[in-house]
Design a protein around this ligand. Sequence first.
Ligand SMILES: [Zn+2]
Length: 506
Amino acid sequence: MERFYVTTAIPYANSAPHIGFAMEAIQADALARYHRMIGDDVYFLTGTDEHGMKIADTAVDLGMTAQEHVDMIAKLNMDLKDQLNLSYDDFIRTTSDRHKSGAGKLWMKLLENGDIYKDKYEGFYCSGCEAYVTEKDLVDGNCPIHKKPAHKFSEENYFFRLSKYSKEIEQLIESDKLLILPKSRKKEFLNVLKDGLTDISFSRPKESLKWGIDVPNDPDQTMYVWCDALSNYITALDYEHEGVLFEKYWPADVHVIGKDILRFHAGIWIGMLLSAGLELPKSIYVHGFITSGGHKMSKSLQNVISPVDISEKYGRDSLRYYLLREIPTVDDGDFTVERFEELYNSDLANNLGNLVNRVFSMTNRYFDGVVPRRSAKDENFTVKYSAMWEKYHDAMNQFNLKKAIEEVIDHVDGANKYIEDEKPWSVAKEDQEKLKDILYNLLEMLRHVGNALYPFIPEAAEKILNGLNQKSVSDNFGDAERWGTLNEGTKLGKVDPLFPRIENSN
Ligand SMILES: [Zn+2]
């Protein structure tokens, strides 16, 4: 049994979860479900990044303690488990004791290996970014992102000797030992590495950063975000005691992240692991951003799409389908309610929903809801469907979730076309044997499609498979992908309409 460890980034617990993170969590969930389906031993982690001055300041504005504030935001993130139908195994909070002690252990490892040193930092700082900014990035003295003045100051920091690992990181990425997908992101980061990575500030004095984890060897300093947040991927596995989970699941197979934090993951995180002598993640999958009506979502444009509202109104599968099928897996994409309803009606209601409905009602009408005998003339489908599975697995392994779904939806189209071509309602009047062939083939198509859609729209897939009286998807997957394994005489269950059509809601 192969093991598969997949993570999402941990969103900053300063505001309610946005649709970009919902997409990332759903992408990671689809990978986790896919690997469970094919029989792997999967561990899927998500969580929240809960320290930093912005969080502490927001809490003050809200009249709460910082802990109360992050408890509230963490709860909203945990609610996504049900709202998006996520199948994660663990949720790590960076304010938890298990995390803090694990992060402390990692810090000490880097210190012992001579890669953490104290120095005076002199330069500019943007409170909006919660980060130092270099003078050459400033525009008229302002932070280019926040358009507010960055303040010049100096303070004592601990630094991490990232420069030492720059060459090694470059070679790892170049050779795909650390695989970055898509290739365009790999290239982009290799360009950054050409200039070499510089040492980074790794802590701040307690008076500048109170809400965080104490530096274990110096309680006057607080860990900066790197060791505090990136370490979650191992602290959740009990890195502190190098326990059973750590033994079993580290290194991660995939970190799923957004394009804005690739540098932190492919640079800083890898440098930290190299310094600590730990194994490296095998790959980093990078997705893009979601716009709304062609614009960046913002409160002032009133175009913010709430994943929770969409899921509550249209259902979890429908939201998952849109984010996985309409948004390119590794590029930017757009979300509008108009396009959402259009895709829902065309793909889910008219195509898939209608197919399931037709095939079940014909089987009920002509064969009393019992699977007729297997057709002898199905060579063609054996070939077609094994080709579907091959392309599907390839796409999944290359983190092209959109392509995998499209492959399946093509076969849903194909099944609907098969009905139109064969006209079972006419055949029923003249040729019972041929009718058996047609219905068997259609039911078998539904079984394949139901299995293949499970990682993406698990509820609908399970309804289809339950209706066909099939065991859970992960049971003996090898059989599931073979044409002709649906048994004659299987009694069908009832399937409620999967995706009722949306009449224009605007
Ligand atoms: Zn800024």
